[in-house]
Design a protein around this ligand. Sequence first.
Ligand code: SAM
Ligand code: MD0
Ligand code: SF4
Length: 353
Amino acid sequence: METAQATNLERILTKATQEIPLEREELMTLLGLSQEEDLAKVFETARYLRTRYFQNKVFAYGFVYFSTYCQNECAFCLYRKSNQFLERYRKSPSEIMETAHSLVESGVHLLDLTMGEDPLYFTKGFEPLIELVERIKQTTKIRIMLSAGVLAEKDLEKFRRAGVDWYATYQETHNLELYRKLRLGQSYAERMKRKYAARSMGFLIEEGLLTGVGDSKEDLIDSLAEMKRLQADQIRVMSFIPQKNTPMQNFRSVPRFRELLLIAVMRLVFPDRLIPASLDVDGLNGLADRLNSGANVVTSIIPPQSGLAGVSNHSLDIDDGNRTIPRILPVLEQNGLVLAKRCEYDDWVQRRQ
Ligand code: SAM
Ligand code: MD0
Ligand code: SF4
């Protein structure tokens, strides 16, 4: 029995290395694995496929969470509007500029400009941000990702013209019923449609999932299909981290290997895409495992003492400098990886655009 199972796994992994699309049933088998030796085989295949497209090169993204104000009520998020037990901040354009420059100098390949759906910008307009993006682009030529929620198409167009390369808005799940419990009061269809619109404007797209929020294996497989349909350029999964003073604070957590397994399965299904290893979930300590599972972008690099927060972990590893390029380099090296040159990242983006 055990050998039959082992042979089936070998067969599925061989098929994946040949880049033959996996059947639903085969994906179910992969997502059902939990034995360490089985997981190790999947991770190994994921790394093999990563090497095929990216050799030993890894990219790194600077994370600038410039406003923690938000008009939404996502059940999983610390920054939801009604959380009053939180000191919020909104960085000024010059503060954002300073952080941007220090991140670029430290060697990141991209700046991820992120905010909650800050009512200030959503009511008064995004002009100050659009100007800021233009200035960052002119002075640094760095690739820029915008993670500012669901923006109107006319605003997206302005950001695109100002030099934004990527639009990131995560659906978290593609199960409508589950979505409604997570992103309370937000339209599933609008969020999805805006990504398609952004793609047709020439943005690269990042799509993302949360796991450990009541998502089933079927849901995850449906999400992979949606990501394929969207032709997302970067795909991520992060484990849900319960947040105090939110509706999901006591939600039962799932073992961490589920995120790692999903990263690996994403690599099998999308061998040539970017897949983040976020420092936001388990900090620097969690990096090796995520790289080992086939991730190829280290995200959430944050300058220490900048007064900037993370998302799923508000302060983990930030002020001790653990979310910096110098601290990730040894981890890359221990895993046989190196930081790519900036021109290598720029070329990758250009080819996808
Ligand atoms: N406000 C914008 C939005 O929601 O699209 C941009 C912020 S986006 C970077 C926030 C993302 O962080 C969410 O889409 C979710 O995937 C992740 N996140 C938020 N709270 C989390 C938590 N408690 N645990 C894990 N991930 C979380
Ligand atoms: C990260 N904390 O990279 C960030 C965030 C937003 N585009 C990304 C979830 O992990
Ligand atoms: Fe706001 Fe984004 Fe958090 Fe939802 S995930 S509450 S939109 S910051």
